[in-house]
Design a protein around this ligand. Structure first.
Ligand SMILES: C[S@@+](CC[C@H](N)C(=O)[O-])C[C@H]1O[C@@H](n2cnc3c(N)ncnc32)[C@H](O)[C@@H]1O
Length: 245
């Protein structure tokens, strides 16, 4: 029996809960796509806000939740168990974590690949002392016979460009520092799942994956541990249904 509370809105089920608890309640072979964006654990590399001449310092704060180390080994057995035979896994990650995801998952799946999201409007680096942080990595795993919908060779490039989330899409209150653009999430969902499939995001933040999945007529299940982000996600999903019914 499932004793964990959740909010169901249309085809979306949202849990305000640690994903390691929720995942134990998800049935075997029931998720078609795991698309998620775990903390990058980059806080330890941050040098804090950046002073700018004659301007307010550039906010380089790292969120509190980023300090909690994510261990991919803790997830691999359950991700494998809940994924359907044709399922795919896509995990946003970064240079300091990609090796950990690879080491934990690669030997469990037939194929490991990665994608690059090139951000066309990264934060500027006025001192020109290093690269801009303009690329994010997405590591992917699947087995033979996985769902894979591509229309042409161009769509199969493991490179996609888009600005970081901004304009009306960007939530202001709360502002989530890692809110992902719907365009990127829809691109992945389109390629790697089919209509009516179930998409699971165990680190859902403000539910961007939910909106992308619902827009593409997929079902969604997600977990978020922070109540402010969770509530913002609930509002986004409700807003989606008000405007799509
Ligand atoms: C990188 S953010 C995801 C942002 C999301 N892609 C979006 O567009 O809003 C990671 C999120 O995972 C949440 N989180 C961290 N550990 C968690 C856990 N064990 N269970 C559920 N959520 C967790 C954090 O609170 C944070 O909001």
């Amino acid at each position: 029996m499932n004793l964990i509370e959740y909010t169901q809105i249309g085809e979306a089920r949202l849990y305000l809960q640690d994903n390691r608890t929720v995942i134990k309640t998800i049935p075997d072979n029931s998720v078609d796509l795991i698309l998620t964006d775990p903390p990058y654990n980059i806080a330890k590399y941050s040098t804090g806000n950046i002073d700018l001449p004659n301007r307010t310092p550039l906010n380089n704060d790292i969120a509190e939740w980023d300090n909690v180390e994510v261990n991919p080994e803790e997830y691999v057995d359950d991700f494998k168990r809940i994924l359907t035979e044709k399922g795919n896994i896509f995990v946003f990650t970064t240079y300091n974590c990609i090796g950990k995801w690879h080491a934990a998952f690669d030997h469990h799946f037939d194929t490991t690949q990665f994608m690059i999201w090139h951000k066309t409007n990264p934060t500027p680096n006025i001192y020109k002392k290093g690269f801009l942080n303009s690329c994010e990595m997405i590591i992917c795993f699947w087995n033979k016979g996985h769902n894979w919908n591509f229309s042409d060779q161009k769509q199969m490039h493991n490179f996609i460009e888009s600005p970081i989330c901004m304009g009306t899409e960007r939530l202001r209150n709360p502002k989530h520092p890692a809110q992902k653009p719907i365009k990127i999430l829809k691109h992945i969902i389109q390629i790697a799942s089919n209509e009516n499939d179930l998409v699971f995001d165990p680190f859902m933040g403000v539910a961007s994956t939910a909106i992308a999945a619902l827009e593409l007529k997929r079902k969604f299940c997600g977990c978020e541990i922070n109540s402010q982000y969770y509530n913002a996600g609930i509002q986004r999903v409700k807003y989606f249904y008000i405007h799509h019914n």
